[in-house]
Design a protein around this ligand. Sequence first.
Ligand code: PBG
Length: 329
Amino acid sequence: MEKKFNFKRFRRLRYHPLVRDMVRETELSKNDLIYPLFVVPGENVKNPVKSMPGVFQLSIDKLVEECKEVRDLGIPAVILFGIPEHKDPEGTEAYDPHGIIQRAIQAIKKEVNDLLIITDVCLCEYTSHGHCGILSGDEILNDETIAVLAKEAVSHVEAGADMVAPSDMMDGRVFAIRKALDYKGYVNVPIMSYAAKYSSGFYGPFRDAAESTPAFGDRRSHQMDIGNINEALREVEADIEECADIVMVKPAGPYLDVIRKVKDKFGMHTAAYQVSGEFSMIKAAGQNDWIDEERVMIESLTSIKRAGADMILTYFAKDAAKWIDRNSK
Ligand code: PBG
């Protein structure tokens, strides 16, 4: 009998919306979301960040209210960035037990249950020069800096942080932080390391929000070159050896290939940071009616998950959670 060629009809599964729902391979869930928040000194402060519509710098009282809302939306975690009152060349407020972030953590822990607090561990928000570490002339000193980062991480955890996330890109900092935490008995506090963090133009709006623009130079001496992917795998491998529990790729959308390779090669819990510039571009185009903001938001987040991310740090977390509520059964 003659075998007839039958072309494949992919469209069969695309006609009925319920069938489309059944065969969808990747779907966003609230458990994927981590919401970044910026805390500033003062009371009753809610400063809009001009380059990030819908994002605010919040004083501790307002931050606590915001955290309740985030928790009520079913988002499991926030990541906190502190903007201190006083900056100095060594970034000492980063590990001050009464520093902005330490007080913020305590206030949230007192009033909000069922919300994980992750803290960003870096010095750039705390140093007067805006660099991520201790300087000697124009050079950021690696080993001196990781000692301070370890102190910073311990002080966040002493204040009540559930997880720490070093974002500085110094070498050996995950090991230094792990050792310091373990020494204090915090053996069960996980480290989410910004493992493959690129020197990216997409961080522009964040530096307004965190007031952390370097006073001179840039971050190319420690963040990764945009063209490299093998090196990203070595960075991730090193952080895993140093006992990182979760590894992160950052930015997310422009680096989907890196997320996929990291996930495939290591099978680690992998996070991706949809950074400020990715967010602001979608917002700006949406506000101009050039794109459908909500649709593109969900598409960008789903793509990051499809690339292999298990969790996504995103300024869209609240909007995405609301969308999930409206669109899930
Ligand atoms: C450093 C840090 C940065 C971001 C997160 N942690 C900025 C930088 O490296 O310059 C960027 C996040 C974003 O753009 O949303 N503390």
